[in-house]
Design a protein. Sequence first.
Length: 331
Amino acid sequence: MDKILDIKDLHVSFVTYGGEVQAVRGVNLELYKGETLAIVGESGCGKSVTANSIMKLIPSPPGKIKHGSIHFKGKDMTKLSNKEVRKIRGVDISMIFQDPMTALNPTLTIGDQLTEGIKQHRKISAKQANHHAIDMLKLVGIPNPDERMKQYPHQFSGGMRQRIVIAMALICEPELLIADEPTTALDVTIQAQILQLFQKIQRETGVSIILITHDLGIVAKVANRIAVMYAGKVIETGTRQEIFYHPNHPYTQGLLNSVPRLDQKGERLIPIDGTPPDLFAPPEGCPFTARCPKAMEVCSRIYPFQTELSQTHAVECWLQDERAKKYIASS
Ligand code: SF4
Ligand code: MG
């Protein structure tokens, strides 16, 4: 499979009056053509910062990519000028955020907003742009698209607005779509419909998708692979099956125990006690130590190496690492 995105050893910090927040601390991620990768973790774990780094959307100052590379189709996004990134943004890579209202202009019709993007980036007539916009509205399941093109955002429900935002993001046929908590503002039934829509879009357009969420439950159906983030690090990656049926990291196990599962009716949900560490002064060792029911002496001192459990499944936890014994013995 073709790799379209390759993030290597990414470090991103924010300098504040209180000190430097190390929001992303050595993230490695890959994305293959046509797949959906879910990045999952609690708020503040660095998932949005990672996604925003891809698009060079880290406000600087206070933010800064301190180290690492982000190759998109062979080009290192971290090395491109703002002008070069603008050519990629919205065309090759599109992004969708949680609140559809902030992405829509209340004073313009849906039709004007949809065609604006494509007219900016492609040499096409107004009529062609219109046709294309109507096709996009059909793709995202807006009924009577011809009529709806003339309406304003307030004339649509929240779920419909998010569909329109998705249509806008897709209008230039991007190769990568990044959706940051795209269903969090919606009620549960609408959430499910929007997630199904992502699957349909992927089938029909072949777009690669990064889906960012704090809710492991919602990715159970749509993700091909899952990366679990904690305290600025990717602590476990695997296929959906590996993460749901063979979760290895105690944090991933904790996350799974805290979401309702369709296949385990009646099981009690157990929240993970405690809070993530302060990223002004992240711990030297495993950042989950203070909350981990299986923590060992070595955990708080040394960050665990990555262990590959299969070709697709990797974890950063001492429990899986033979070398843990050696570190305990020699300490
Ligand atoms: Fe728990 Fe240690 Fe594994 Fe961290 S490295 S998750 S503290 S067992
Ligand atoms: Mg976020």
